[in-house]
Design a binder for this molecule. Structure first.
Ligand SMILES: [Zn+2]
Length: 95
C-alpha cells in the first residue's frame, strides 16, 4: 500500500489553487485583493469566477483566439500587460 498523505487521491498540487487561476484564464490580475482586468483595467468588486469569466468572454473573444489558453504566447502577453499595470498603478491620479 502507498503510505502517502493524499486524501481521496488528491495530492499537494491541489493546494496551489489558492493562487489566482483567473490570471491565466481570464486575463485578470490581483491588485490588493481586487481583481483587475489586464486588458481594460476595469476592476471588479467580486472574485467570483463567473463574473471574471463573463467579462472576459463578453469582451475578449478575439484575445482568446489570438492568444490561446496555456500558450507561451498568451503567457508572455499577460506578463507584459501585468508589468504595464504595475507601472501605471502608481500614477493613477494623473491618468
Ligand atoms: Zn476588461
Amino acid at each position: 500500500m502507498l503510505s502517502r498523505h493524499c486524501k481521496k487521491g488528491k495530492c499537494e498540487d491541489e493546494n496551489i489553487t489558492d493562487s489566482p487561476v483567473w490570471e491565466e484564464e481570464f486575463a485578470f490580475t490581483d491588485n490588493v485583493g481586487i481583481p483587475v482586468c489586464l486588458l481594460c483595467h476595469a476592476s471588479l468588486n467580486h472574485h467570483k469566477t463567473s463574473n471574471l469569466k463573463h467579462h472576459y468572454e463578453a469582451k475578449y473573444k478575439n484575445f482568446a483566439t489570438n492568444y490561446p489558453h496555456l500558450s507561451d504566447f498568451r503567457r508572455n502577453k499577460l506578463t507584459e500587460l501585468k508589468i504595464f499595470i504595475k507601472l501605471t498603478a502608481g500614477s493613477v491620479e494623473n491618468f
